[in-house]
Design a protein around this ligand. Structure first.
Ligand code: GLA
Length: 398
């Protein structure tokens, strides 16, 4: 995949980001960091709100990272400075680690607590966090922070967790320390992603299949609506409950275990809203598996059709889109294949954040420019547009 230069200007490459975090570490703590751990954000190509229904998702990591540069200290205390917010957080490791302020420190606290619970001998440490993952943009800045922290702790302990255990530990940190009942997609992707591949993840079996995206003709273009509606957390938990209600009525362990035919047959047994939520999940699982097959055969227009259908289902049945995301998808759809767009949909939890699109590489510049103009025209806001090749998962940097 090629990188569009027009819309990625000013974005730091990973090595520069790592250097900046090391410089800041030296400034804050008066020595060089011993380790630098990086973890990417992600964009989900398709398979939305299916992970907590034991279903299928098809995300890829993006070339945007969170770096945690750190070193042990001689105390039983953790001190972390965030370059993004300019804040410094400290907490003691002498007593049980609990939630605290500032809010972002909870991702670190949760991961450190998880390592302690698993019996890892973690000493106190100093760290600096720096990131190019847009915060609050629905591309998993929180998972990137959790996974980068976990990667640093592995290096500090000189011991590695099984990658799946590592992703689950980070998910637990998000549940217990950030209060978000998320599924497994974001942390899995940040840990296990492979360069130039999307990851087809079976969220029940917790198995992954790497799906090659190495086609120079096509570029993944991400359009950040630059809006974040407040609803998101409460609605996320509500949708999860509605899915569980549907599964209970259908007498199946999870919506993964039902078909559209079975669901339709049980339509009268459930509230019409619960029915629509379940219909989204069931059809989205089918679309995701189909999309993986079409990616394998490089049939990008078919993948694109499934992306548009996914968006419509998220908008109408699952009701987690918003005006700004719908506008981006409408703009993309009206430009269509003739202007170089194969498909577009909202990505992530919804209510703002980003849309993801598949664009013919040679048209990336003109597509980005047109979407930007049309979006500004319709909403009065400027989007942030960037392309990304599928990036590799978390690692310790040299
Ligand atoms: C958030 C969650 C994921 C997933 C998506 C929706 O990103 O963290 O687990 O549920 O929403 O697909």
């Amino acid at each position: 995949m090629k990188q569009a230069l027009s819309c990625n200007q000013g974005i730091m490459a990973l090595d520069s980001l790592a250097e900046r975090s090391a410089d800041m570490f030296a400034k804050c703590f008066g020595r060089a960091p011993r380790w630098k751990a990086a973890a990417p954000g992600r964009v989900n190509l398709i398979g939305e709100h299916t992970d907590y229904n034991d279903g299928f998702v098809l995300p890829m990591a993006i070339d945007r990272y969170t770096v945690v540069a750190g070193d042990r200290n001689a105390k039983r205390e953790v001190t972390i400075h965030s370059v993004t917010t300019g804040e410094t957080a400290s907490f003691s490791m002498r007593s049980k680690i609990s939630r605290g302020q500032p809010g972002w420190s909870n991702y670190v606290r949760g991961v450190v607590a998880g390592f302690q619970q698993r019996g890892f001998k973690i000493s106190g440490f100093d760290a600096v966090i720096d990131s190019t993952v847009p915060f609050g943009g629905g591309v998993s800045s929180s998972a990137a922070l959790e996974v980068a922290t976990a990667t640093l702790l592995e290096a500090m302990a000189g011991e590695k967790l099984d990658p799946i255990e590592k992703a689950l530990l980070c998910q637990k940190a998000e549940h217990e320390f950030a209060g978000v009942p998320c599924g497994i997609m974001d942390q899995f992707t940040s840990v296990l992603a492979q360069q130039d591949h999307a990851l087809l993840l079976d969220c029940r079996a917790r198995t992954t299949t790497a799906v090659s995206m190495a086609d120079p003709e096509i570029t993944v273009l991400i359009v950040n609506s630059n809006v974040r509606h407040k609803l998101v957390d409460g609605v996320y938990a509500n949708r999860r409950e509605q899915c569980e209600t549907a599964a209970r009525i259908l007498k199946v362990p999870a919506l993964r275990d039902t078909t559209l035919k079975q669901l339709t047959a049980a339509r009268d047994a459930m509230d019409s809203i619960v029915f629509r939520r379940a219909r989204h999940v069931v059809t989205e699982n089918e679309r995701t598996l189909e999309a993986a097959r079409f990616i394998q055969s490089r049939n990008w227009l078919k993948v694109g059709e499934l992306m548009y259908a996914s968006h419509a289902s998220l908008r109408d049945d699952y009701e987690v889109s918003c005006r700004e995301l719908d506008i981006i998808v409408e703009i993309a759809q009206s430009m269509g294949e003739k202007e170089g767009i194969a498909g577009c949909r909202m990505t992530g939890a919804g209510f703002g954040g980003c849309a993801v699109s598949l664009v013919r590489t040679q048209s990336v510049k003109s597509v980005a420019r047109k979407i930007e103009e049309a979006y500004e025209d319709k909403t009065g806001n400027l989007p942030a547009i960037f392309s990304s090749r599928p990036a590799g998962g978390a690692r310790v940097l040299a």
